[in-house]
Design a protein around this ligand. Structure first.
Ligand SMILES: Cc1cc2nc3c(=O)[nH]c(=O)nc-3n(C[C@H](O)[C@H](O)[C@H](O)COP(=O)(O)OP(=O)(O)OC[C@H]3O[C@@H](n4cnc5c(N)ncnc54)[C@H](O)[C@@H]3O)c2cc1C
Ligand code: FES
Length: 341
């Protein structure tokens, strides 16, 4: 067990043996920015002021050399190896009240949204409480073999008894292919959530939402929430997919355009022959329209390659460090000992 002191808040928690700093913080109701929990996205970086940690594993480059030299650690990976730690990290007060829980849900609807995306609607079992979340957050599905897969909640938080997920089939994938193909109505799934810190901040700067593939789910939840609340915040929405058949829920997007004045730009990386809209990478389409991103905020959700490109290029175009929020759909790493499919 170790005592962990956080600066500048002065909050203090205890971590259990073998527990990461992030897991200990979430258990004790402190929320710091995080997304993948696998050491890949870099959101949970913080500074170790004193004490020692086992840093865990993360791909090269998640923390650069200068950050490492100044004591940077990843909260989702670091495990204390001394009795006391002092860590500089900024809490997210908005989520302090949301409680992460594991709840049983029943599959109530399965609906094909496109050739490879299925909308999975899950209803909370009666009398088992509510799932309170903020639009943009995700849940983990806990699979039969103790592995887990993360999916953004595509529905809005006004419904606390049912959630909708958009699952894209990855050929050979444990959940999105094998389990989903046999999943049927009335099946029960264990769901842990809400997770993540991707949600629209109370910030007056105009927002650009960028989705890649099923990154649409979290962006849809955010925009639809604004619509329900009657907010006409200035929002632009860019959606990158391969070809036209990958776009779905376009009626909902049209409603946002008409009712909320949102400008929607679909961007195809493998455009159909008769496509006359934007083509290429979605982050390049944003930069073609906005050479100067200062004064804006960006919400990005989707494949790790898209998020990495945005993290690298948008700050070079003036996007402020506190104006980029993202969820990176990192591939799950199953715990050692689980049999590969
Ligand atoms: C915060 C977060 C939110 C997410 N939200 C969504 C969501 O809303 N919708 C959604 O569909 N997915 C989402 N994902 C991804 C999802 O959690 C799974 O990783 C994905 O569905 C694959 O799981 P699987 O069990 O089917 O495949 P696995 O069995 O995990 O993988 C099978 C093989 O495919 C590879 N692979 C895995 N994913 C991809 C990919 N995207 N492209 C190419 N190869 C891949 C793996 O490396 C492995 O070799 C999210 C991930 C995170 C971290
Ligand atoms: S690297 Fe820690 S949450 Fe992604």
């Amino acid at each position: 067990m170790a005592r962990i002191h956080f600066k500048p808040s002065g909050r203090e928690i205890s971590s259990r043996d073998g527990e990461t700093v992030l897991a200990a913080a979430l258990r004790e109701g402190l929320v710091f920015p995080y997304s993948c929990r696998s050491g890949s996205c870099g959101i949970c970086h913080a500074r170790l002021v004193s004490g020692e940690v086992q840093p865990g594993t993360s791909p090269d480059g998640v923390l650069d050399a200068s950050a490492l030299a100044s004591g940077a650690i990843l909260l989702c990976q670091a495990i204390s190896s001394s009795d006391e730690l002092v860590i500089e990290a900024h809490e997210i007060e908005t989520l302090a009240e949301t409680q992460v829980r594991t709840l049983p849900f029943r599959v109530t609807r399965l609906e094909a949204l496109s050739h490879d995306v299925t909308a999975v609607t899950l209803g909370l079992l009666k009398g088992r409480g509510r799932l309170e979340f903020i639009a943009g957050q995700y849940v983990d599905l806990l699979l039969w073999d103790n592995s887990r897969r993360s999916y953004s909640i595509a529905s809005t938080p006004d419904n606390t008894e049912s959630i909708k997920l958009h699952v894209r089939r990855i050929p050979g994938g444990k959940f999105s292919d094998h389990e989903l193909s046999t999943l049927k109505q009335q099946d029960v799934l264990r769901v842990m959530g809400p997770l993540g810190t991707f949600f629209m901040r109370d910030d007056l700067r105009p927002a650009i939402c960028v989705a890649g593939g099923t990154g649409f789910a979290s962006v849809a939840a955010m925009i639809e929430s604004l619509r329900i609340q009657g907010k006409r915040s200035p929002v632009e929405f860019y959606w990158g997919v391969r070809s036209r058949r990958d776009l779905y829920c376009l009626e909902q997007v049209s409603m946002w355009e008409n009712e909320m004045g949102i400008r929607f730009t679909p961007v195809l990386s493998r455009p159909d022959l008769d496509w006359d809209g934007q083509s290429g990478w979605v982050h390049e389409a944003v930069l073609a329209d906005y050479t100067d991103l200062s004064g804006l905020q960006v919400y990005a959700s989707g494949p790790p390659e898209m998020i990495a490109a945005i993290r690298e290029t948008f700050p070079e175009h003036g996007l402020a460090a506190d104006a980029l929020y993202y969820d990176s759909f990192e591939h799950a790493v199953d715990p050692p000992g689980l049999e590969p499919e």
